[in-house]
Design a protein. Structure first.
Length: 257
């Protein structure tokens, strides 16, 4: 993997981690479509350190407020992170080995995209963030655990769950981003352990750094854009994108055999 490929994948990560279109799916599909070597799950998760930095920088005031003045919401975020952490710990290796097939990713993009469209259309959109309780935290956190499978989308499935529970679009996106911080931090620590054990080849260190920086910068901009966008608009454009890409990938995977 060269620096250009790493930057492209970093940009892809920064965009797709926060848009409801599946970053893990795109980090598999882009190399597959372009004929690049699969960078592997360790590089994928390393890119998450960039988007984690974007989350922390963008929401640092929110986190500071939660720590000092809103321990209830802080506790709900911790509780909501538990299902994803447990599923990731138990099933991560199995998913890494068996669920990186483009055909599976294509189907997931379509199915979970249509689910997002349905909940965005029928959800009550009456609740703000203050309405989050233990029930909501556990349900959305359990939905987040499904994002271990490429093509589902962590932000997509948590926003879908929040919309289904009646939350407004912006509140759903905000809680999704806050809930992403602990689980992404855990994934980055896991990747760091792998990197310490296996090491980064000397000729790929610059590529790793370039990819992480690209994902951080683009991720920050994407958070800002999406939160402004959903104040007045629906998630329909992202659903259309998911369905079109998903169908294209399924057809291409079947043709390629």
């Amino acid at each position: 993997m060269d620096v250009v490929q790493a930057i492209v994948l970093g940009i892809v990560q920064g965009l797709t981690e926060f848009l409801p279109v599946s970053s893990s799916g795109h980090l598999i599909l882009v190399p597959w479509l372009l004929g690049w070597p699969d960078p592997g799950l360790v590089f994928d998760v390393a890119l998450h350190s960039g988007t984690l930095a974007a989350l922390i920088v963008y929401f640092w005031r929110t986190w500071w407020h939660l720590v000092l003045h809103d321990q209830r919401m802080l506790g709900l975020i911790v509780v909501g992170s538990i299902p994803g952490a447990v599923v990731g710990f138990v099933a991560n290796s199995y998913v890494e080995e068996h669920f990186r097939d483009p055909l599976q990713i294509g189907f997931a993009l379509v199915v979970f995209g249509l689910l997002l469209w349905w909940t965005d259309r029928v959800g009550a959109k009456r609740w703000d963030r203050e309405h989050f309780g233990l029930r909501e935290s556990l349900l959305i956190g359990t939905a987040q655990a499904l994002a271990l499978f490429p093509g589902v989308s962590r932000s997509g499935i948590t926003i879908t769950a929040a919309l289904a529970l009646g939350f407004k679009r912006e509140s759903a996106a905000t809680f999704s981003f806050l809930l992403a911080t602990p689980i992404t931090g855990g994934a980055v620590l896991w990747a760091a352990r792998r990197l310490v054990l296996d090491g980064i080849p000397a000729d790929e260190r610059l590529a790793f750094l370039a990819g992480v920086l690209a994902s951080a910068v683009v991720g920050f901009a994407t958070i800002h854009y999406l939160l402004r966008y959903v104040r007045t608009r629906s998630y329909t454009p992202f659903v259309i994108y998911r369905v079109l890409v998903g169908v294209f990938v399924v057809v291409l995977a079947l043709v390629r055999g």
